[in-house]
Design a protein around this ligand. Structure first.
Ligand code: HEC
Ligand code: HEC
Ligand code: HEC
Ligand code: HEC
Length: 426
């Protein structure tokens, strides 16, 4: 054999080994899609039963019971009252339940327990509230349609046997991702999106968007509606509410300023959608449910919490900057957002006070006061679109900064309009 031939043989050998490795790799490390399907029956909502067939996913789901702060300094899954750090919450939500009880969110298995414990829930609370707390919503909706929304929540407690769990996101027979919340399907339909045709990548965010989104209850039916017809931006949702959909005008009237207020609810999906990650096709599950390995088996982590607790698996798959750099970026973004959120919240609280004092002065110009109320309503909406969002701005830092800047400006204009109406300088 001459040198040339020997060289070619060795080369071919190498190529052979590499090819074999490429071909065999998927068989050596079992990917998630080779798992055995259990074909669970419809109506099985107990995560422990699902867990018998999908033990890795179930044991990581159980980890949602662990409570720990976030390494970045905000968020985390400890149940703390938000008003401890942000006392302006007490003023801005005066006259409505969020001024009484407003805790940081924690893991999915706590959803029913926290609903029952919440001081926001009273005998007047309607059934709509169960929509995002339990897998049993599927049967209740199948049986009653939206009629369940009008029933007293207390009457529905016995139907709520399991909190947010497997069936909220999966078809039990095929394990394909599936939407359980009818409000999400309806909102997407109005936008011309057929979710039955959604890609796997889209579904990895849609399953979260069905609950982590802004909504309101239609006044008569109490049905849950997502205000997305004009778009996901805070200004677009505000414009939607300005048209008083189905007669919906406000969530409550502020007792001091008498402004007709809106309460924003966790717009995580909407905020993410316009951010760098959302626009680049990075799904909620990419960060919050990263792939893990156990004894050669690849699976999606079902511990859904701050991704900074698993930054290596959550961020490291795409980013090569190193974990310290990433944590520092998240901290910087969140600190910047926190400072402006706090400033905006305080400016809004002062605007409510200024309007109340201006109205107490006799002969204040009525139209001028109404204008001030309109401005504080909008200022608080923009503040709350950030304050009620769960990532302290991370999901879309530049949009969030813009939203807060507008809130601060509107709050100052509200106070100025009140002073002008009463010819005061409060
Ligand atoms: C690029 C990664 C990434 C994507 C994509 C992403 N998130 Fe997040 N999310 C984060 C980070 C980082 C935080 C802040 C965590 C912290 O403060 O420790 C966060 C925070 C949260 C929180 C609050 C967690 C806590 O600790 O209280 C929720 C809820 C949340 N995200 C939901 C979503 C939803 C729903 C989507 C999709 C619509 C989504 N996220 C998309 C990275 C991501
Ligand atoms: C909040 C939504 C959600 C809940 C609740 C949920 N899953 Fe999943 N699950 C997902 C997502 C997202 C994926 C990734 C699917 C994909 O990429 O196609 C997944 C994937 C899976 C897979 C496929 C293999 C893998 O690990 O990627 C199995 C099996 C699974 N989940 C079982 C369960 C079980 C069992 C429960 C209840 C204990 C559960 N899931 C609860 C969202 C959820
Ligand atoms: C059926 C409704 C529902 C679905 C679907 C859902 N969530 Fe949640 N999520 C909740 C509720 C309710 C809470 C708050 C529970 C509590 O505080 O008791 C929560 C809490 C969280 C938290 C806070 C956990 C912590 O440790 O602080 C994160 C993060 C989160 N969800 C992300 C997601 C992501 C990502 C998805 C999609 C893969 C998703 N959720 C799907 C309803 C849902
Ligand atoms: C699936 C891929 C993917 C994952 C997972 C991912 N990112 Fe990114 N990230 C991107 C892309 C794409 C960009 C856009 C800029 C670029 O191309 O580098 C980006 C941009 C960023 C930026 C700069 C823009 C901004 O919004 O500040 C930060 C910071 C960042 N990511 C942090 C994180 C953190 C923290 C995590 C984990 C919680 C994470 N990323 C997870 C793909 C990803």
């Amino acid at each position: 054999m001459n040198n040339k031939k020997r060289f070619m043989l060795v080369g071919a050998g190498f190529l052979g080994v590499i090819l074999a490795a490429v071909v065999l790799q998927p068989f050596l490390i079992k990917p998630a899609n080779t798992m055995k399907l259990a074909k669970l029956p419809a109506g099985e909502y107990d995560p422990a039963v699902w867990g018998r067939y999908y033990p890795l996913q179930y044991s990581s789901y159980r980890k949602n019971l662990e409570m720990a702060p976030s390494p970045a300094g905000f968020g985390g899954s400890e149940k703390v009252q938000k008003s401890e750090k942000e006392p302006e919450i007490l003023m801005n939500f005066k006259g409505m339940p969020f001024s009484i009880d407003y805790t940081e969110d924690r893991g999915h298995p706590y959803a029913i327990e926290d609903l029952k414990e919440s001081k926001r829930v009273t005998s007047a609370t309607v059934g709509s509230c169960m929509t995002c707390k339990t897998a049993n919503i599927i049967d209740v909706y199948e049986e009653k349609g939206w009629d369940y929304a009008k029933l007293p929540l207390a009457e529905l407690y016995r139907e709520m046997k399991h909190p947010v769990s497997c069936a909220n996101c999966h078809n039990p027979a095929t394990m394909k991702l599936k939407i359980a919340n009818p409000a999400f399907k309806e909102a997407m339909q109005r936008k011309g999106v057929d979710i039955d045709k959604a890609s796997r990548e889209e579904m990895r965010s849609y399953v979260c968007g069905q609950c982590h989104a802004e909504y309101y209850f239609e006044p008569k039916s109490k049905k849950v509606v997502f205000p997305w017809d004009k778009g996901y931006l805070p200004g677009e949702m505000y414009a939607y509410y300005e048209e008083k959909p189905a007669g919906f005008e406000h969530d409550w009237i502020h007792p001091d300023s008498q402004a007709k207020m809106l309460k924003a609810q966790h717009p995580d999906f909407e905020t993410w959608a316009g951010g760098v990650h959302g626009k680049s096709g990075v799904s909620c599950a990419d960060c919050h449910m990263p792939f893990m390995r156990s004894k050669g088996q690849k699976y999606s982590s079902h511990q859904v919490t701050s991704p900074m607790k698993s930054a290596e698996e959550s961020c490291g798959v795409c980013h090569t900057q190193g974990l310290d750099w990433l944590l520092e970026r998240v901290r910087t973004e969140q600190n910047n957002v926190w400072q402006l959120q706090h400033t905006a919240g305080q400016a809004v609280a002062r605007a409510h006070e200024a309007i109340a004092r201006a109205a107490a002065v006799g002969n204040a110009d009525k139209a001028g006061l109404e204008q001030a109320r309109e401005l504080v309503r909008k200022a608080q909406w923009f503040w709350d679109m950030v304050a009620a969002e769960n990532s302290m701005g991370f999901h879309n830092p530049d949009q969030v900064m813009n939203t807060l800047g507008r809130s601060i400006d509107l709050a100052h204009r509200a106070a100025a309009a009140a002073n002008k109406a009463a010819k005061t300088n409060l």
